[in-house]
Design a protein around this ligand. Sequence first.
Ligand code: AMP
Ligand code: GLY
Length: 422
Amino acid sequence: MKVLIVGGGGREHAIAWKLRQSPRLTELYCAPGNAGISEIAVCVDIRADDVRGLTDFASENLMDLVVIGPETPLAMGLTDMLTDAGIRVFGPNIKCARLEASKSFTKQFLERHGIPTARHMIFHDKDELLDHVGQFGFPMVLKADGLAAGKGVIIAETAAEARDAIEDMMGRRVFGAAGDTVVVEEYLEGIEASMLCFVDGSTIVPMESVQDYKRAFDGDKGLNTGGMGSYSPSLIFDETLEDEIREKILAPIYEGFKADGLDFRGVLFIGLMITDDGPKVIEFNNRFGDPETQAVLPRLRSDLLDIFLAVTNDRLAGAELRWSGMRSVCVVLAAGGYPGDCEKGKLINGLALTDDDALVFHAGTAFGSGSHDVFTAGGRVLGVTALGATHEEAREKAYANAARIRFDGMQYRRDIGILKEV
Ligand code: AMP
Ligand code: GLY
């Protein structure tokens, strides 16, 4: 089987690494990929948002399957274009992609199907929104409707902060058209957790649980980022909570997809808040999470290519998902300045010093021209994942290996996987 992966981050490296273990894989391509991915796949210089270029490449080179990593090409309809060209795709179509690309669409879906979520109101007009500052009290949760690279949610502590955020979104349009519609939500107190599920036309199957860290610095300080680390399994989930999520959230989502004619095939990533009132949905993403994937896939025993094919053929209900009992921890090594502007082109040392117990997934990396030296090329540079018989062992191994890697300005959180009292 010839497979093309779209994307070039740590998530895509983890997917490529796992697909490589499949005996049915014959050729693996990745567009655009990165330095680490290029050691296990042929990297093709097409950007992830060049949907026309990707479709042409996949057609001309007779790909048997295309796996789409990031949200942007999904929202642009890459799945539909590939399907029209007769190519099998893992990733939802443009209609389903709205579950990530439009927060108002998602809120309406959740309410229509009685799925627990924060109360909300939708605004298209700045003055009307300004009249509703404090609608659900403070903190006030304001969300730009469209895709905003993870930056479109503002939690305003005061009315003044809320007015500034509204001015940014709807006045100065800092998120462009994504902020022309704004969703206001009730603020939920609780513990956040993510649940990644495989979904096809016949069923929805959760993967092992995983926890990520969004803030830049230790102790959950600093700005929100794409993710600074993760571990699996999450220690919040127990059988009672999982049963409650299955019954109150997964079952009605699946029924809702059927009722609304949403033919979802791919990964549904459910962001949850576990409140005193039970679990509530905060958001959906319609793809694997990054860096959740780097902690979850190393624990998957089953053949990932078989699972992707089962999803595209509606055979997921009969597919086998086996997981390792080992624990995993992934620590993200970021460039200085991340998540703001960061320096690129720094030489990365020590990659060869990491031991066999660790997996190093590349994100923003590139080879120097004509050399085997690896340089930084993005905000999140590497993710170091380790497995261990215990959570502590996985954590120690991940950090021991992270400490062997060096580049100018390198920063990482020291508290990934340190368990807080809850
Ligand atoms: P989202 O992009 O919708 O996941 O929002 C980003 C982050 O904002 C979430 O991970 C939560 O930490 C926080 N958040 C979003 N919605 C709410 C809410 N209704 N109540 C409390 N926190 C929220
Ligand atoms: N880690 C969150 C995301 O992938 O959006």
